[in-house]
Design a protein around this ligand. Structure first.
Ligand SMILES: *Cc1c(COP(=O)(O)O)cnc(C)c1O
Length: 370
């Protein structure tokens, strides 16, 4: 039996990548905003239809920088149904996360519960686009305007997604995209901030370069090092040529999953959102043991026995992390908690064969029809 991992990185051919990095052996310019870096930044601005793009060595540090340059204070409203990165970035910036529950269908922030969490200390909303689903960006914009709050999206899951014809990175004050190896588009490790206000360009550059102004003698900010190197950018330039095709292949996999698992009693599968051009980043399935007959953990164990790795993603939710115990007033988020106990993301990548999807579905469904 072939082993199936939950994901498999998209890569160009070996020859294409070699061709892309060849000139680096002549220039000997390997990092610090080189030609590949600058070309990728321009290409992504176009591809994402974003007003401005700033590249980083990974998505997490991009998010930390976006938060840092926004000058936030006090409390930030966010969700716990996310990867550790979102909450850790908020706390590492000295801010207090205030957890809002999620919408049970999209797994994104429940916009009807945001306003009750706003206090005179709130400075921003940091929502997360989850699994390729988008937040209610219009309602969030309305709330932010009304209460004079900044909005920074964790857009790690929504590379290439469009809403009403607009690139998802054009909403809010800023968005962070991740180009980690496991994401729809990768630069091995990498990420970017898209942002509306052009005057942030210099500050984001300073944030990724030790707080230093060009010239290297003036240091207006306290900051670390988060620059994207030329080999990462070269991988990005190659992968960007193929990403539309990869998304089409992902779509075929997702459609097969929906065909096999959609409508089965006790199973809730991912569904497309109206008006959204999706990227098919993840295929989450929720299992209700009472109705389906098997729990999420039982299904995960059965798949593992067959060499198939599905992921409990997101589990645990971030407001249950040990590192936050006793540190904040942690709001209860029952919908997020329930989802974290029922959800399994099934293997999904461009080259996953439809026969393998069928085999995965057979195992998921076996012995469940009680
Ligand atoms: C992947 C991911 C991140 C972090 O991105 P890196 O590029 O791995 O640092 C942040 N938030 C979410 C929701 C993610 O899935």
């Amino acid at each position: 039996m072939n082993k199936i991992n939950v994901t498999r990185s998209s890569m160009p051919s070996f020859e294409e990548y070699m061709e892309e990095i060849r000139e680096l052996w002549e220039s000997r310019w390997l990092t610090n905003m080189g030609v590949k870096h600058n070309e990728l930044q321009d290409r992504l601005c176009e591809y994402l239809s974003a007003p401005n793009v700033s590249l980083f060595t990974n998505g997490h540090l991009a998010l930390e920088a976006a938060i840092a340059v926004m000058g936030l204070t006090g409390e930030v409203i966010t969700t716990p149904f996310t990867f550790a990165s979102t909450t850790q970035a908020i706390v590492r910036n000295g801010l207090t996360p205030v957890f809002c529950d999620i919408d049970p269908d999209t797994f994104t922030i429940d916009v009807n519960k945001i306003e009750e969490l706003i206090t005179d200390k709130t400075s921003a909303i940091i929502p997360v686009h989850v699994y390729g689903n988008v937040c209610d960006v219009y309602k969030i914009e309305e709330i932010a305007k009304k209460h004079d709050l900044k909005v920074i999206y964790d857009a790690a899951h929504v590379f290439g997604v469009r809403v009403g014809g607009r690139g998802i990175g054009s909403f809010g004050d800023a968005s962070m995209f991740s180009f980690h190896a496991t994401k729809v588009f990768n630069t091995i490790e990498g990420g970017c901030v898209t942002y509306a206000d052009e005057s942030l360009t210099e500050r984001l550059k300073i944030q990724k370069n030790f707080g230093m102004l060009p010239g290297g003698e003036i240091f207006p900010e306290v900051a670390g090092n988060a620059k994207m190197n030329e080999f990462q950018a070269a991988m990005g330039l190659c992968n960007l040529r193929h990403v539309d095709g990869e998304i089409e292949k992902r779509k075929a996999v997702v459609m097969r999953y929906i065909e096999r698992l959609g409508g089965v009693p006790g199973i809730k599968t991912w569904q497309p959102q109206a008006g959204v051009k999706h990227n098919y980043a993840y295929f989450p399935v929720l299992f209700d043991k009472e109705v389906f007959g098997k729990s999420r953990d039982e299904v995960a164990a059965e798949l593992k026995d067959e060499g198939i790795l599905a992921r409990k993603y997101f589990y645990p939710i971030t407001n249950t992390f040990d590192c936050y115990k006793g540190r904040f007033e942690l709001q209860e988020t029952p919908i997020a908690l329930k989802a974290s106990k029922e959800v399994l993301t099934l293997p999904l990548y461009a080259d996953l064969a439809l026969d393998d999807v069928d085999r995965i579905c057979d195992i998921v469904l076996s012995g469940a029809e009680k």
